[in-house]
Design a protein around this ligand. Structure first.
Ligand code: ADP
Length: 217
């Protein structure tokens, strides 16, 4: 099958790359996953299209026709050198929609400097998320790109019994209440007349500072 601008190239078939390739394939996306290791390629080739190649090698890239792909993900974490060289090669091949996994702040900084648009700090992001959950401040937490997060919390004591409009949540705290779930009831979307009760779970969105101020009151 010819690859197109909608095809995705995944480089590296460790835990991270293989789960990305699996998800893309399950969603019906055209995907090709490449690994330098024959063992990894054999392991995954029953599930989605694979190829064995060293992606730091420009000739191997040409042979795979990587410039036909619209998107690529560099999922190499075992060698920062291989990750950075591969990312550079893919940028040189004209792939602008490039994603790369970083294993440290320094790695992320180099990837950013060479022009990788999307950098995924998988372990650091997961650690941050778990930290928030373990601390018990948030019931759930998703960090959006940039500084915004969507967080699930119990209604802060200082707003319990008041409506979103009474509290002027957005004006006063810069926080949007997406909605709330009262025990035993369906989720309700945020509106100015919606009253936040003590045991409700609120889903709110804002920057970390705004969210923390809203929780503290
Ligand atoms: P994870 O931490 O997600 O399990 P790893 O970082 O351990 O993943 O795996 C990285 C994968 O990238 C390995 O399977 C390795 O063989 C592959 N890899 C490393 N260097 C290259 C390269 N130059 N070209 C292609 N694949 C590579």
């Amino acid at each position: 099958m010819a690859h197109t601008n909608r095809s995705v190239l995944v480089v590296g078939l460790g835990r991270f790359g293989s789960s990305i390739a699996t998800t893309l394939d399950e969603q019906g996306q055209d995907v090709l996953a490449v690994d330098i290791s024959g063992e990894m390629v054999n392991r995954w080739s029953p599930y989605f299209p694979t190829a064995q190649a060293d992606m730091t090698d420009v000739i191997a890239l040409e042979q795979l026709g990587v410039s036909d792909f619209g998107t690529a993900v560099v999922a190499i974490g075992d060698s920062i050198e291989a990750s950075v060289i591969t990312a550079g090669n893919l940028l040189d091949a004209g792939i602008n929609d490039l994603w790369a996994k970083s294993v440290s702040k320094e790695h992320a900084r180099i990837l950013q400097r060479i022009g990788v648009r999307h950098i995924i700090n998988a372990e650091m992001d997961a650690g941050k998320r778990v930290g928030h959950l373990v601390s018990g401040n948030y019931l759930d937490y998703i960090e959006l790109e940039g500084v915004h997060s969507v967080v699930k919390i119990h209604t802060p004591a200082h707003v319990a019994g008041y409506s979103i409009g009474d509290v002027k949540v957005l004006d006063r705290y810069g926080v949007t209440v997406v909605g709330l779930k009262a025990p035993g009831r369906d989720f309700e979307y945020g509106s100015k007349d919606l009253v936040m009760h003590r045991n409700d779970e609120l889903v709110i969105m804002g920057t970390q500072d705004q969210i923390d101020r809203f929780i503290r009151g």
